[in-house]
Design a protein around this ligand. Structure first.
Ligand code: FHN
Length: 588
């Protein structure tokens, strides 16, 4: 029983540490200092530290999930963990190779863990002997070499610094298996280690692009402000991530693995692992493919943000093969298509069945993920004079015309790239921001998704992010429609149906026992389709969330026109579900 109670409190602590770091803050305004950051779009996160040596396994046990949390998960005493430094010898580390790899991958900035929660400094520090120069046989400072190579290559360098959690220090946050939480004096830790080390990072490595703080935990507003002020004192142009805590910072970091709903104005970053771990794990093979990375980068750019994508180098300094291969493949795509990503601004229209858009003055970039059967796509923009329309990768022209319904393109049967083929439209005129256009259903596509991002909600219904995880610390997020509890709570979508025929309508959702058996109604074209909610599982942020696809209607369209689809509870009761999307499929 005592064990269970302890486990419960550890979970609460972990939750507070990671979740407080993840909650979105109001997006700071853009200014001259953040200009480079907003234009960069693609950064490389590097999680490297003593944890890389174990690669996710300790005493023959595999710890699935984020490997840099090994010390905490295996409750390794700080004194024992300290000894791992004697074995850490990254002889294959080559800063020039890392940076040329980053450059070839199309990366514009690098953020590396100068000190993660384990408390080990990957740089020479006078503030703590637990550092790579003084405590390992390697005896060199890899951050010095990296800073020099980044400078040569014109890549901005940022340091990740865990300012609250430090499992090595009696007064640092997070380690309650060695040190009594109630006896901790956090200000002593800040004054004797965190602030002096941040000073070292900001004064010994040249100009930094940013300091990436993380998991502010118990920090007060005053303490977060003090960290921010110190950074600005030492380097006024160095940006600070929002995880300095308490709503502060120069730009917003969303939760790990989170892409926010819709377009977000102001500088921000989405943070993703390449597989399911930040630190190196020898048995984690769930690597995002080049297609997944390219589409993620494009989607995030179209929402106005940056992608900071992680690699977890091995203890010897080598970068895992699949990270090398897939980042470089992304780089090849960026060589041809980078103009449609770097320095662009967010989409002015909502995502379409064929893909998304990004913008530059006088240029519209159309990212095609999927081509319709007849190759005809319509972009809902009006009043433009077309100057030139061509594929970005090979400059070949694309047939285009302005119609009353929007800009129409005729695509060839074979696209230049099946992952994301980019059409450039050079124009004069103005594209007016408009996210209110109806969704389009057409038999030219195999299926369509109605996503919550641009839904209209009424009553208590909300568009909210639901967070869950697969392996430990491997956070997932889904934007959902929530709080549909009474018939006045409603979600609706306007849909332009292009062709006659039947359409199968399916709801994709998660529901727990509180929602089981509730009844909802889908309304469209004057017809009501009732359905009963099925339980998919209990919600637990630390567990996978199961989603069901439940077909609730077949709509027979005899007249192509504008329809409104609504979903609401049949009667007042408990919440219907977490509705992730609605799928429409032309019946063949
Ligand atoms: O606990 C850390 C985790 O190890 C990793 O560094 C991520 C990266 O965003 N930040 C924390 C969890 O949110």
């Amino acid at each position: 029983m005592i064990k269970q109670i302890i486990a419960f409190f550890i979970c609460i602590l972990l939750y507070a540490a990671t979740v407080s770091a993840q909650s979105a803050v109001a997006t700071p305004a853009e200014n001259l200092k953040t200009k480079w950051f907003r234009e960069a779009r693609f950064g490389m996160f590097i999680h490297w530290g003593l944890f890389a040596q174990h690669a996710g396994t300790y005493k023959e046990k595999k710890y699935y999930g984020i490997s840099e949390w090994l010390q905490e998960r295996a409750k390794i005493p700080a004194k024992e963990y300290e000894k791992f430094a004697a074995e850490f010898n990254p002889v294959d580390f080559n800063a020039a190779q890392w940076v040329s790899f980053a450059k070839a991958s199309g990366i514009k900035y690098i953020v590396i863990t100068a000190k993660h929660h384990e408390g080990f400094a990957m740089f020479k520090s006078m503030a703590s002997a637990f550092n790579i120069v003084d405590a390992t046989p390697y005896k060199k400072d890899p951050m010095k070499e990296l800073a020099a190579e980044c400078k040569k290559a014109g890549i901005r360098l940022g340091f990740y610094y865990s300012q609250f959690q430090d499992w090595h220090e009696p007064n640092g946050g997070g380690n309650d298996w060695d040190f009594d939480n109630t006896k901790k004096d956090y200000p002593v830790y800040y004054a004797t280690k965190a602030i002096p080390q941040i000073k070292e990072l900001l004064t010994n490595y040249g100009d930094l692009g940013l300091i990436w703080f993380d998991t502010p935990g118990d920090m007060t507003q005053e303490q977060s402000k003090e960290f921010l002020k110190k950074v600005k004192d030492w380097q006024p142009n160095c940006l600070v991530s929002s995880r300095v805590g308490n709503g502060l910072g120069d730009y917003t970091d969303f939760g790990d693995g989170e892409v926010p709903a819709g377009v977000v104005k102001g500088p921000w970053e989405a943070i993703f692992t390449h597989n399911d771990s930040w630190g190196y794990s020898s048995f984690d093979n769930n690597f995002k493919t080049p297609k997944e990375i390219i589409r993620l980068l494009t989607t995030i750019s179209s929402k106005g943000g940056n992608l900071l994508l992680n690699i977890g180098p091995m203890a010897n300094g080598k970068i895992p093969d699949l990270s090398q291969k897939y980042f470089l493949e992304t780089g090849k795509w960026l060589i041809k298509n980078g103009q449609s990503i770097y320095g662009t601004t967010c989409s002015l229209i909502k995502p379409q069945p064929w893909g998304v858009t990004t913008n530059k003055p006088g240029k519209l970039f159309i990212h095609i993920f999927q081509s319709p059967l007849n190759g005809k796509i319509t972009i809902p923009v009006k009043g433009l004079t077309l100057l030139s329309v061509y594929w970005l990768s090979n400059k070949k022209p694309v047939a285009a015309a302005m119609k009353s319904t929007g800009l129409q393109l005729q695509l060839p049967p074979l696209l230049p790239d099946t992952r994301d083929a980019v059409v450039v439209v050079e124009y004069s005129g103005t594209i007016v921001e408009n996210y209110d256009t109806p969704e389009v259903w057409s038999r030219q596509y195999p299926e369509f998704y109605l996503l919550p991002d641009y839904a209209t909600v009424k009553g208590n219904a909300t568009i909210s992010t639901v967070t869950y995880s697969h392996y430990f610390g491997d956070w997932k997020h889904a934007v959902c429609i929530k709080n549909l509890q009474s018939p006045t709570d409603e979600v609706s979508f306007d849909i332009q149906v292009k062709e006659k025929g039947d359409y199968k309508i399916t709801l994709e959702y998660a529901a727990d026992k509180n929602s089981e058996g509730e009844e909802g109604i889908l309304e469209i074209a004057g017809q009501q389709f009732p359905f009963q909610v099925l339980k998919t599982g209990e919600y637990d942020e630390w567990k996978p969330l199961s989603w069901i696809r439940q077909t609730v209607a077949i709509l027979s369209v005899t007249q192509p026109r504008l329809y409104t689809l609504k979903i609401k509870p049949a009667r007042a009761g408990r919440e219907l579900f977490n509705l992730k999307r609605i799928i429409a499929e032309p019946v063949e």
